[in-house]
Each structure stands twice: as structure tokens, then as C-alpha cells.
Ligand binder design. Structure first.
Ligand code: HEC
Ligand code: HEC
Length: 226
């Protein structure tokens, strides 16, 4: 119980400029922690996911109002690695990363590798459905930048490349990709040298000339999803 109170305190304290969790996402976090209480030690993927559903949706479809991305278009190895990055604190520790901190607190309630694998395995069995388009950009210009600067790691169709640990981007929420890209660019994510792959992407975050081009690249990635 003490641990849960501590976690809630962490979640409620996780505030920053444009990354301030609002009341509805704080309530979702509190509900999720309660649900995790029962399932955490059982390594039961379905029971564990019930807590995740409060923010990521019952079908893993995400919820932009809670800044929670869809999870069903990601590879299992990537989901697992991100959950472990949150658990170890290399992701979600920057003071400007309020939503990352929220997710870090939840991930830390997963007690061990078995629980991580169980919940990821449950998510992997959910039906993949590409996230809806929410942003506009110059797709043609985005395509040029993408193939020159991103495709070598993320793949020509943004399908991901496990050998390089670069995740699939096609089908993931465009608003989420843009936010994460900006976080890499600004050193809010991936700045920790212990975060080997995040650090690599952090360097790539500085390669696009401006916000307009970043929007174009994300619009192009979104156009690859179907
Ligand atoms: C209180 C809401 C909330 C709950 C509950 C929650 N998440 Fe999250 N999750 C988030 C938010 C917000 C983010 C985005 C963090 C960011 O912006 O960096 C996130 C991000 C993630 C990511 C990273 C995805 C990526 O592509 O980078 C994974 C994986 C994830 N969550 C899995 C889970 C799992 C598994 C559970 C249940 C054990 C869970 N989440 C419960 C809010 C939540
Ligand atoms: C050198 C290989 C490499 C290149 C080139 C690269 N990336 Fe990445 N990218 C990665 C890796 C590795 C990750 C996973 C980082 C982590 O584990 O946190 C990543 C993660 C991301 C994410 C976060 C996705 C999520 O769901 O959390 C976005 C967005 C992204 N890259 C966009 C881009 C864009 C746009 C470009 C081109 C400007 C690009 N990347 C170029 C390797 C690369």
C-alpha cells in the first residue's frame, strides 16, 4: 500500500510546461494502479492489461485525450524494451517529460520480466489497426526526407527493423510520433547514455531542419499505414 501511495505521489507530481497530465489522466492513473494491485504478481497478461486499458483502450487503440498512444502497431520486442526502459528509469525521468513519468510509474508496478512479457504477449494478440490521421503536412517533401534520413533504420515502409532496434512507425498515432520526435530532438527522451537506442535516435532528432519538415515526415509516415 505504501508503494502505491508513493507511486500516486510520483504521478501527481509529474508536471511540466506542455506535458502536464490533467485531471482525467490522473484519475485514469489512479484507477490503473488499483487494478494492477491484483494482477501484478500473477503474470497474467489479460488481468495486467485491464489496468493498461484505462489509458490505452480496451483494444489497445490509444486515447489522444490522455496522451496515450495506440500499442497495437508496435512490435513485441519494442514494447518490451520500452516497458523495461520505463522500469529502469532511462525513459520518463526528464523533468519536462510529464507523460513519460506517468507511464514510468505504471511500468514500475510490473514486478518482473515475466509480468512484462505476459502483458506484451497479450497486447501482441490484439488486432492491429492503424491509428487515424490527425495531422497534415507535405507528404511528397516528407517522403524525400524520410528516405534520406529515416528509412535506413526504420525501413522503406516504416515497418521497423529489429536488428537495429528501430521500431515500426507506420500505423502508430501521428500526434504521438511527432511528440516523441520532438522529445528526442530536445533531449527530453534518449539523452541518457545508458539508453543505447534512445541515444541513437536522439542524434537523429537533430537532423531535420525545422518543425514544418518534421510535420511533413510524420505525414508521410502516416500515409504508409493501411
Ligand atoms: C495513466 C495512463 C496510462 C496507463 C494506465 C498506462 N499507460 Fe502506457 N503510456 C501512457 C502515456 C501517457 C504514454 C506516452 C508517454 C510519452 O509521452 O512518452 C504511454 C506510453 C506507453 C508505451 C510506449 C509506446 C511507444 O511507442 O513508445 C508503452 C509500451 C506502454 N505505454 C505500455 C503500457 C502498458 C503495458 C500498460 C499497463 C501495464 C500501460 N501502458 C498503462 C499512459 C498510460
Ligand atoms: C540510426 C538509426 C535511426 C535513424 C536513421 C532514425 N531512427 Fe528513429 N529510432 C531509432 C531507434 C533505435 C529508435 C528507438 C529508440 C528507443 O528505444 O527509445 C527510434 C525511435 C523513433 C521514434 C519513436 C517511436 C515510438 O513509438 O516511440 C520516432 C518518432 C522516430 N524514431 C522517428 C524517426 C525519424 C522521423 C527519423 C528520420 C528523421 C528517424 N527516426 C531516423 C533509430 C533510428
Amino acid at each position: 500500500m505504501k508503494r502505491l501511495v508513493l507511486l500516486l505521489t510520483v504521478i501527481l507530481a509529474a508536471c511540466s510546461d506542455d506535458n502536464v497530465p490533467d485531471v482525467s489522466s490522473e484519475k485514469a492513473a489512479a484507477d490503473a494502479l488499483q487494478a494492477l494491485q491484483g494482477a501484478a504478481n500473477a503474470a497474467d497478461g489479460k488481468a495486467l492489461y485491464a489496468a493498461c486499458a484505462a489509458c490505452h483502450g480496451a483494444a489497445g487503440e490509444g486515447n489522444s485525450a490522455l496522451n496515450s498512444p495506440s500499442l497495437v502497431n508496435q512490435q513485441d520486442w519494442y514494447l518490451e524494451r520500452q516497458l523495461n526502459a520505463f522500469r529502469s528509469g532511462v525513459r520518463g525521468s526528464d523533468p519536462k517529460d510529464g507523460y513519460g513519468a506517468q507511464m514510468q510509474a505504471i511500468a514500475k508496478t510490473l514486478p518482473d520480466e515475466a509480468a512484462v512479457k505476459a502483458v506484451v504477449s497479450y497486447i501482441s494478440d490484439l488486432k492491429a489497426k492503424p491509428a487515424e490521421k490527425t495531422l497534415d503536412g507535405n507528404v511528397k517533401r516528407g517522403a524525400d526526407y524520410y528516405s534520406n534520413l529515416c528509412g535506413a533504420c526504420h525501413g522503406p515502409e516504416a515497418e521497423g527493423n529489429d536488428k537495429l532496434q528501430a521500431p515500426a512507425l507506420a500505423g502508430v498515432d501521428d500526434w504521438y510520433l511527432l511528440k516523441q520526435f520532438n522529445h528526442f530532438r530536445d533531449g527530453i527522451r534518449g539523452a541518457d547514455e545508458a539508453d543505447r537506442y534512445g541515444y541513437q535516435m536522439g542524434m537523429m532528432g537533430k537532423t531535420l531542419p525545422d518543425d514544418d519538415v518534421a510535420m511533413d515526415v510524420i505525414a508521410y509516415i502516416q500515409s504508409l499505414a493501411d
